[in-house]
Design a protein around this ligand. Structure first.
Ligand code: NDP
Ligand code: ZN
Length: 179
């Protein structure tokens, strides 16, 4: 079995190469890679998660959805387990946005434990990002709608990680969003 450090660095590097042209939606145009690294960091630092499958899946979680990466490529480089989790957290981009948003709410309770962890950390990162600065062209109403939608997804992820759920609840409560 290959040591853990090169395994992890391969995942970080793969994500960095794949997301290299992308930026977040904030006004500063933060490099996109800050997001998957930050999601993995939330899991280790705040969620106390050390499962390499979960951390690799967090690093890779937006590669299929947002870059030219295929599921086969993830399988070949990181194995079946990581690929399965990445597939679970990937939205079907062929569907209209409203359907994709509803699908996240509907599918959340049936996700694997590993995928639920990645989703919780992903939502926590994105909500903190929205709290930090409003994306270009977003109204306050749209930000609030995102919090409401995220709370519905998180509802289906509950019972997975107390610490992450607590931090999400604090963000929802600060916005008067029902938890
Ligand atoms: P989203 O609303 O899905 O954008 C949010 C996603 O963008 C996040 O989940 C995150 O995904 C990513 N992201 C990138 N940068 C940031 C950041 N700085 N902060 C937070 N998230 C960030 O975008 P769409 O363009 O797909 O919007 C579609 C939806 O928005 C529709 O359902 C529509 O109803 C709604 N809408 C509402 C409007 C309104 O005024 N109320 C106007 C227009 C659309 P990831 O984790 O993958 O990076
Ligand atoms: Zn994400």
């Amino acid at each position: 079995m290959e040591p853990l450090m090169p395994q992890m660095m391969r995942a970080v590097n793969f994500a960095a190469v794949k997301h290299k042209m992308q930026r977040r939606k904030d006004m500063e145009e933060t490099p996109y890679i800050n997001h998957p690294i930050g999601v993995a960091y939330i899991l280790t630092e705040e969620g106390d998660i050390t499962d390499p499958v979960v951390i690799k899946a967090a690093l890779l979680h937006d590669t299929i959805e947002d870059t030219d990466t295929s599921l086969e490529e993830i399988k070949k480089n990181f194995g079946e387990k990581v690929a399965a989790v990445v597939a679970e957290v990937t939205d079907d981009k062929s569907k209209p946005s409203a359907q994709r948003k509803q699908a996240q709410i509907d599918h959340a309770p049936y996700a694997s434990h590993e995928a639920k962890l990645v989703k919780l950390a992903d939502k926590l990162y994105n909500l903190r990002d929205l709290k930090r600065t409003t994306p270009t062209d977003w109204s306050e109403e749209r930000v609030q709608q995102y919090f409401v939608w995220a709370s519905k997804v998180v509802h289906g992820l509950r019972g997975t990680n107390k610490m992450l759920e607590q931090k999400l609840d604090e963000l929802f409560q600060a916005r008067n969003v029902k938890v």
